[in-house]
Structures are given as structure tokens and as C-alpha cells.
Design a protein around this ligand. Sequence first.
Ligand code: DGJ
Length: 476
Amino acid sequence: MVTRIKRVNSSKPMLRNSFPVLTRFSLGSRCSTSIVVWSLVGFLVMLHLYTLISHTDVQRQDTDIHKSHHPILRELEEVEEENILIPPPRKRSPRAVKRKPKRATNLIGEFLDENSHIRHVFFPTIKMAIDPMNEGGNDSFYYYPGRIWLDTEGNPIQAHGGGILYDERSKTYYWYGEYKNGPTYHAHKKGAARVDVIGVGCYSSKDLWTWKNEGIVLAAEEKNETHDLHKSNVLERPKVIYNDKTGKYVMWMHIDDANYTKASVGVAISDYPTGPFDYLYSKRPHGFDSRDMTIFKDDDGVAYLIYSSEDNSELHIGPLNQDYLDVTDVAKRILVGQHREAPALFKHEGTYYMITSGCTGWAPNEALAHAAESIMGPWETMGNPCIGGNKIFRLTTFFAQSTYVLPFPGLPGFFIFMADRWNPADLGDSRYVWLPLTVGGAADQPLEYSFGFPLWSRVSIYWHKRWKLPAQRSGF
Ligand code: DGJ
């Protein structure tokens, strides 16, 4: 349309400054063209308005649906405040003042301070552990974000940076994650805290609360120093999906050296969800550095790799090939310049959503929610999804970092947000923060994308000191 108006004006220099509508009305046969053009404009404006109104209606309905949820779901969406008192600074001798810098006096400082008096608030002791095998009555099925979580043998679950596969064949959930144990150390003075690679832990469950240890399904390599899985390297964020065509379980993970310069993905395969997985190879996907990553299997069976790239300044997304063992040569840059990592992708009513974290090593930071009509983008950033706790809780993703979002079967719009509360002083003692995530209501950030289209739903992650799944309630 713009091109047309320019052409008309340039053929009639005397009319160059006049209003284009008048121009075309005075131009005989061009008059009908302009009527068509302006009718089209009018139609598009009406269509836009109609879509806005109907979308708002849908959202209003959505909100209503949300409000009319079963009371138990409403309970999960209740805003729970958290009041943590920061202990007053201890009196220090002049010698101590000289020796050590002043203690932190804000909540983040307390969280990062191994000797904080309120450390138990963030890392409750083993006495407080969730123990499904010994949990009588009242505490049954309750998640306590941040508490040690014991498996059916009474050992702390080791599945960090993990994800969950629901295996249709065995009707069982499998939780895969980094098995972190042993001493935490720094390979170099300036290197990140690390533990030696042990492998990928796998746990199975029917109820998402009682987890049986299925062992290390992909083990580290003890001897061969050139092997990707040598214990001196890095294996993070393993995720497993099932390929319906090949009947194989395929694991993708972040493979790196101790300095995080290899920046690759690794692929492993198994005939069974409980492994053992055969390690195939590592590569830089699409020729780019790749650090935090995840994979996502869409409803149509196409799976995607999403990874932080270009030194974590942007994410890349691209489909895997049919057997899920490699990427294709199709990929898109998304969230360019936003410096996000720890992607956790999910889908609701045809829209794709993603939670990411900022890039601050093992220290917690603010989560952001993103949405897209098409998985390949464009992706839009919607803002911080965290609700409740207190301001610092919300600015630190409840002192945790996203790893996976698990759809809750039978309850559309209801998900479990899975995150890691890293303990950089003892990585094996890092905790799990599982919280209810819902999609519904209007996003609270104005969006730049194409004249206000589309209006995404809000993604909300609700803080709860303790909560349980609706399915574990009687009467639901
Ligand atoms: C943040 C990432 O999300 C983690 O998976 C891990 O790579 C740490 N950085 C290492 O500092």
C-alpha cells in the first residue's frame, strides 16, 4: 500500500503534499483502487478490533475459568507471603574486622553466606527431609521446596538440572538429572565451583512424590581422560524424550570441559527408560557454542533443541531430525541480546511458553517468562512469573533456577515448575524447588509485537512453603 501511494504521488508532483485520499478521489479510475485500498484498511482495522475484543473475551473467560477452578486449585494460586528476619550483625572484634569483610546484611547475602545464622531457612537440615517412606498422615504428598528429598531407600534424591519423562508404556514418571556428589572444588582459582562427573541419575515414580532410585543410567568415564564423560569434565541438564518411530529413549545433555570452553551438546540412547544409555557423541549444534540447554517434544512428534549460545547472549532453537539423534540445519536465534539460560519450555493451548534465568553462575537471579505463537519464534518476553514469597524471593526465583516445566495430566493450564536451589559450597547438597505454575489471565507487561497481537496469557509461579498436587487430595 505504501509503495502504491508513493507511485501515485510521484507521477503527480503538484499533488505531492496533498492528502492521499483526496489525491485518489480526484484521479478518475484510480478512485476505485483507493476505495478498494481503504476498504481493505478498514476491514483490517475492524478485524484487528474484533480479534482484540474476542481475545480479551477468551482471556476473560480464561480468567473466569481460573477463578472458578476447584477450591483446591484456587488454594495453589493463593499468594503466600514469606517473612524472613535477617539476624542483626554480630559484634566483631577489631581483629576480625581486619581479617574478614563485613557480613552480608541482605537476604541474598545471607543465602550466599555459608556461615549465615539463617542458613537452615534456605537449606533445612536432614532432620526436616521429605521422607515419603516414613511420612505418616499429615505430611503425605506434601512438597516442601528447599528441603532434602529422600528416595524410597532413604537417600537424598540426586537429579539436579533435571527433567521428567512420562513413559506412556509403563505409565511411570522418570526423573533424570545430574548425580552430584563428592567434594565441591574449584578446578582453577577463577573457575566455577564444580564436582566431578558421576553421571545421570534416574528415579521412577507413579505419584510424582515417592521416587525409587533406578541408578546411574549414564555413567562417567573414570580412566579415559579424552572421553567427554571423563569425571574431570562437565555433564549438565540431561533431558530424555521417547522417539515413537524408533522406539528409543534419547538423552540430550550439556557437555563441557571444566572451564566451560567446549560448550557442546551430548547425545545418548537406550532401549529402556532406566537405561543403560549408550553415549553417542558430542557436537557444537549448528556450529555454535551451546551451554545451558533443553529439549522439547511437540504434540506432532517433532522435537527441538533449545540452547544458550554466543556466550550466553542469546538462545538458539531448532528441530531435531526424525530419530532425535542430531539437529537439522534449521535453527533460529531467539531472545537475542537478552543473556538468558536454564530454558524450560512448555505448551498450553497451542501457545509455547518458556521460563529462563539470567546468567549468574550458581547464584540465583530473576526468572522471566516468554511466549511464542510458533516454537521457532518470534519469542516475546513477558516478565517475572514469580508470585508470593517476598520481593527478594521473587527477584531470585525463590532462590532457585529453572530446569523443567512438567504438564500436569488432566488439568490443562496447570504445571509443575521444577527448579534447582544450588548450593555452591556443596553442590551435591543442592535442593529442589517444585512449585505450581499456571497459565491464565492477562500478561502484566505491555507487548511490542505487531500492534499488540497477540495477547498472551500470564504465566504464574506461586510460592508455597508446602503444597501438594490436586490429584493427591481426597475429593478432587
Ligand atoms: C548456571 C547454569 O545454569 C548451570 O547449569 C551451571 O552451568 C552453572 N551456571 C555453572 O556456573
